[in-house]
Ligand binder design. Structure first.
Ligand SMILES: [Cu+2]
Length: 103
């Protein structure tokens, strides 16, 4: 049983290291942060901290997505599928811009 006490924390550490999660807060009609450097397989979590609806979408190739109407307080996650640059916008507020660089 001693080996399990060593192996389990080690396994958890390896899992955490392989895929990172980035949190993007939508607040004051802005994405925060406005730029992210990530890797394929990483997760981006969009968190609407405004008292009104937002959206997030991208039309960039394999990373294309559209989270639809995101109500206040709602979270939505996407997984990065391919290397490249993802330009994320909000369909409701065109001035909202986020650039994700996927390596
Ligand atoms: Cu918005």
């Amino acid at each position: 049983m001693k080996i399990l006490k060593i192996a389990i924390p080690l396994l958890l550490t390896v899992c955490v290291a392989t895929a990172a999660e980035f949190e993007v807060v939508q607040k004051g009609k802005l994405f925060e942060p406005t730029a992210i450097d990530a890797k394929v397989g990483d997760v981006i979590k969009f968190k609407n901290a405004d008292p009104f609806a937002h959206n997030a979408f991208s039309e960039d190739g394999e990373n294309e997505f559209d989270i639809g109407m995101q109500a206040p307080g709602e979270d939505y996650t996407i997984t990065l599928k391919a290397a490249g640059t993802i330009n994320v916008e909000c369909a409701i507020h065109p001035s909202m811009q986020l650039k994700i660089t996927v390596n």
